[in-house]
Structure formats: structure tokens, C-alpha cells
Design a protein around this ligand. Structure first.
Ligand SMILES: C[S@@+](CC[C@H](N)C(=O)[O-])C[C@H]1O[C@@H](n2cnc3c(N)ncnc32)[C@H](O)[C@@H]1O
Length: 512
């Protein structure tokens, strides 16, 4: 057996990487509660119940469930969205579900829009939701690929190359507290200048949107920030860190460590030119090689899927392919703060958006009352009550929540907001599973990509718990594909509680 190795990019562990599929035993959780502090019977029961449908697979790997494979793809690489999955994964799952032109497939958490785009290429209609407007920019830019007027984009590129910012231009791009001083001075001015230029230009809406995509794709590398970990990480050359260190020195505090996000902070103009060249090349390639435009529709709504699904009709979907935010404290609104601010979103709206996210951060507040009101407003209170009582009756969920509270009492949680997050996360996801069951047609297949997690020494089997909710709502559990590469344990948890198997899975359910 190969030594366990930590793969840098995604904190992933490779187990027994041979040509053969690894033994299932490496992926089964033996003990859910470190030190035997909490009851784990219900989780053990799930483990026993669903392990027969667990398949350690070569079909998906850490590259296909992440943005890595898309990096070199034409079109799919247009938005650098590291939380995205690949077109390969979507193609495999569409084949598995037997989706054909004319069918409708949904991605309730659309992100960069890969599900929608692959569907469109195959003549399949799609419905998608995301709370972040970045999704809209991405999907509009990509879905228009056959429609761009190449001469117009070439002209835009040439004009942008020749664009000179007057020496006395003094406006700066807007910022919110967490993005203040994110850019070197030239970039701060030029981003604003370029934004005014494109807005007041005569280019078509499609060309302007393409420019916006290139701009948001460039912001990070032209800034003193980088998307690493759960938030934005800051470069010690930024004014923000310099000022913080002056203050810390005054107060006798330890200085923030010297940290450079990147060697060179690029000029925003050069970066956007680079992006425009990239998309233009793809447009030329695709337009000259592809079949005529697909007539498939993409129906995208920028809103919380929690509040959209209850309003959809029954029995309309052939399938669902998605990856929700993981239950891992990752805050999309902080990570994508530069891009959201560029798109004109202000501080208060971003804070609200943070609360609209599926509960995946320790700041998430419960949404259950708002959901209850929403169901009432559409005359569906009975449905709300029935779904909620099923959720509350799930023994493994109850056990996990009790274990979280016991860990809090034991001082094992480094942030007590984790309890509210875990409760909100599964309650909200379960509402989505229930609604998807109703919206799917008979025979439809649902695929969710997700990671198992551990907090305070308690393993939460996201894949099996989700499957048990899905089964309660009527789905037939078909398969839990588990990647050979497992999720790494955090170093703190590993030191304190030892290593456990944390599966990265693709769960498959069917409506029979
Ligand atoms: C893991 S990413 C999805 C990535 C996508 N599969 C792709 O390939 O790009 C999860 C997405 O869910 C979105 N999201 C979070 N909470 C949401 C909600 N309540 N409603 C709709 N979208 C939400 C986030 O903004 C994020 O883009």
C-alpha cells in the first residue's frame, strides 16, 4: 500500500492508489465519536444500511469533482470557479440518467453553470439557481458563445488595448470594509475607469457582459488578496496589513506574519487583455467547429433555491446534477467579495446574501421561520409541516445534533456557531431534497456531490445522512460513489482525535 500523502491543492488524501479500486473498508467509518463521548448508534445504523450501495470509484476523481479539469477546457474555463465541478462529471451523469434533448435537468446550486452549459450543448433544457450574480454573468457569457459577433469582440479588445486612463483620473473602484485597499493604487483607479468606459460604450449587451466576465476573472490576481481557505487571505504589502501592523506594534502585539499572495500583482489592464484573448480564441474555435446553435433553454434565477423550489410544478425534471455548498464554514460572500463589489453589490446586500446562503458558515442564522412564512404565503403550510416533521424525526440527525451540543459542553467546538450551522445546513438541504422529489418525474435521477465533515471529534456522514433524508422523502437510494481520494482531516482534529475516513461522495437517488 502506498503511504498516505496529503495532496496540497484540496487537502485530499490518496488511499491505496493502485490500478485496482481501493478496498471499501478504508472508507467505512468505524467510530463516529472520538473517545466514545457521544452515542453513535444511529450513525452506525446508516453506515451498515448504505455501505452495500457504496462504490469506491474510478468514474469520478478529485479533478472531475473540482475545477481542475475545467481549467484547460474551452468555454468551461471562462470563470475561474474553484468550487465548480467539471463538464466530464456532468456528461457522465447525464449519460447515466439517460437524459435526451428535450428533457429538463436542474442544478439548484449553479455556481459557474457547468451543468446548464453541458445540458445546452446536448440539447437538454436546464433550470438553475444561485444567490450570487457571478453565476448570471458566467452563464450568460458562456451560453452566448455561438451568438457573439467576432468582429465586435475583436474591436472591443483593440479599443481596450488602446485605452489610456487620464493622468488626473481620481475616481476609485467602490469597496466594502473587507475589500478596502485590496488593490494597488493604479488598479484601484483603472478598474473604475474601465467600468465606466464599458458601461458608456455602444457595444452590445452580450459583449459588455463578456467584458464583465473577463474583468471579474482578473480581479484577484490584480489584488493583494487570494482565495484560500474559508475567506480571503491578505498580502502583507497591502495598506490594510501595513496599517494593522503599525497599530499592533503600538500596542505591543505580535505582528501579522509576512505573507505574499503572489510575487507580482498584475496590472488590471494586462490581465483583462489576457482574459479577452482567451475567450476570443475559444469563441473563434467553437464557432468554426460546432454544430448550429442548440435550441435548448437555460432558465436561471438569481435567488435562494430554498424559496424558489416550493413554487415549481410537480413532475418536470429528468434529473438533478449539483454540488451544494459543503458543510465546512466556507463563506462564498467573503471569498468572492471583490467580484461581488465589482458587480455593484454593496455592504448591506452582501451581508444579506451571506445569510441567504445555505447555512454553511458559523454566522448563518436559522431560516426556518422565514421558510414557514414563505410556504404559508403560497398556500403550502401543510407541505411545510409534513417536510419539517420528517426532518425532525430523522434519528441520525437528532443524534448528530445531540452530539454537537455535548461537544460544546465538553469545550470541543472551537466555535459554537457550528451547532447552528449544522442544524440549518441539514434542515435546509432536506427541504430541498423533499421539493426535488416532488418536482422530479418518475424515473428521474438525482446526483449530489458533497464531502463528509468532522466537528469537535464527531463525524457527520453527509452522504449517508442525505441519503437517509432522501429515502424518507420517497427516493430510492441507488449508489453512493466514493472517490478514492478522501478529504483530509484538519491538522487540529487529527492531533486531538486521530484520523478518520472522510468520504468525498457523489450520491445517486432515483424517483421510482
Ligand atoms: C459548490 S458551488 C456549486 C458549483 C457548481 N456546481 C459549478 O460547477 O460551478 C455552490 C453554489 O451554491 C450557491 N448557493 C449557496 N447557497 C445558495 C442558496 N440558498 N440558493 C442558491 N444558491 C446557493 C453558492 O453561491 C455557490 O455558487
Amino acid at each position: 500500500m502506498k503511504q498516505l500523502s496529503l495532496l496540497e491543492a484540496f487537502d485530499i488524501i490518496d488511499i491505496n492508489v493502485t490500478n485496482d479500486i481501493a478496498d471499501k473498508t478504508n472508507y467505512i467509518v468505524e467510530s463516529f465519536s472520538a473517545g466514545g463521548l457521544c452515542v453513535e448508534d444511529a450513525r452506525q445504523e446508516l453506515e451498515a444500511k448504505y455501505t452495500p450501495i457504496l462504490e469506491v470509484t474510478n468514474k469520478f476523481d478529485r479533478r472531475s469533482v473540482s475545477y481542475q479539469l475545467s481549467k484547460k477546457d474551452v468555454l468551461h474555463s471562462w470563470l475561474k470557479y474553484k468550487e465548480g465541478f467539471s463538464a466530464d462529471l456532468v456528461n457522465i451523469l447525464l449519460d447515466d440518467m439517460g437524459a435526451v434533448p428535450g428533457d429538463t435537468v436542474m442544478d439548484p446550486f449553479m455556481g459557474s453553470g457547468t451543468t446548464a452549459l453541458v445540458c445546452q450543448m446536448r440539447g437538454i433544457n436546464s433550470i438553475g439557481y444561485d444567490i450570487m450574480p457571478i453565476s448570471g454573468v458566467s452563464i450568460n457569457a458562456k451560453a452566448n458563445v455561438m451568438k457573439y459577433n467576432i468582429s465586435e469582440i475583436q474591436c472591443l479588445l483593440q479599443e481596450f488595448k488602446a485605452l489610456e486612463m487620464p493622468a488626473n483620473y481620481s475616481k476609485k473602484t467602490p469597496y466594502i470594509t473587507i475589500t478596502n485597499t485590496a488593490y494597488p493604487e493604479f488598479n484601484e483607479h483603472f478598474i473604475q475607469f474601465a467600468s465606466e468606459w464599458i458601461t458608456s460604450s455602444e457595444y452590445s449587451d452580450a459583449a459588455k457582459n463578456l467584458f464583465t466576465l473577463c474583468m471579474i476573472n482578473s480581479l484577484e490576481r490584480c489584488s493583494y488578496t487570494s482565495k484560500s481557505g474559508q475567506y480571503l487571505s491578505w498580502d502583507s504589502r497591502s495598506q490594510k496589513v501595513i496599517e494593522a501592523n503599525i497599530e499592533r506594534a503600538k500596542n505591543g502585539k505580535k505582528l501579522l506574519p509576512q505573507h505574499q499572495c503572489r510575487e507580482i500583482v498584475e496590472s488590471i489592464k494586462d490581465a483583462v487583455i489576457d482574459e479577452l484573448h482567451h475567450v476570443l480564441l475559444d469563441i473563434e474555435t467553437i464557432q468554426s467547429n460546432s454544430n448550429p446553435e442548440s435550441s435548448a433553454t437555460i432558465d436561471y434565477t438569481q435567488n435562494s433555491v430554498l424559496f424558489e423550489l416550493p413554487q415549481l410544478a410537480d413532475n418536470i425534471l429528468k434529473g438533478v446534477i449539483t454540488s451544494p455548498p459543503y458543510c465546512n464554514r466556507y463563506d462564498y460572500t467573503r471569498t468572492y467579495a471583490l467580484e461581488l463589489v465589482y458587480l455593484g453589490i454593496g455592504e448591506e446586500t452582501i451581508k444579506k446574501m451571506r445569510q441567504d446562503l445555505l447555512s454553511c458558515t458559523v454566522e448563518s442564522k436559522p431560516k426556518i421561520e422565514a421558510l414557514k412564512e414563505h410556504y404559508a404565503s403560497i398556500g403550502a403550510s401543510e407541505r411545510f409541516n409534513s417536510i419539517y416533521s420528517i426532518i425532525k424525526s430523522n434519528a441520525a440527525f437528532q443524534e448528530i445534533m445531540e452530539a454537537m451540543r455535548a461537544r460544546k459542553e465538553n469545550g470541543d467546538l472551537n466555535n459554537n456557531g457550528v451547532i447552528r450551522m449544522v442544524e440549518g445546513y441539514f434542515t435546509e438541504l432536506a427541504f430541498i431534497y423533499a421539493e426535488l422529489y416532488r418536482i422530479c418525474k418518475k424515473g428521474a435521477m438525482v446526483a449530489f456531490v458533497n464531502d463528509n465533515v468532522r466537528y469537535g471529534g464527531e463525524v457527520i456522514p453527509v452522504d449517508y445522512l442525505s441519503t437517509s433524508f432522501a429515502e424518507q422523502f420517497g427516493f430510492t437510494p441507488v449508489k453512493v460513489y466514493c472517490l478514492k481520494q478522501q478529504k483530509g482531516n484538519s491538522s487540529q482534529q487529527m492531533k486531538k482525535y486521530g484520523r478518520v475516513a472522510l468520504r468525498k461522495s457523489v450520491t445517486i437517488w432515483r424517483k421510482d
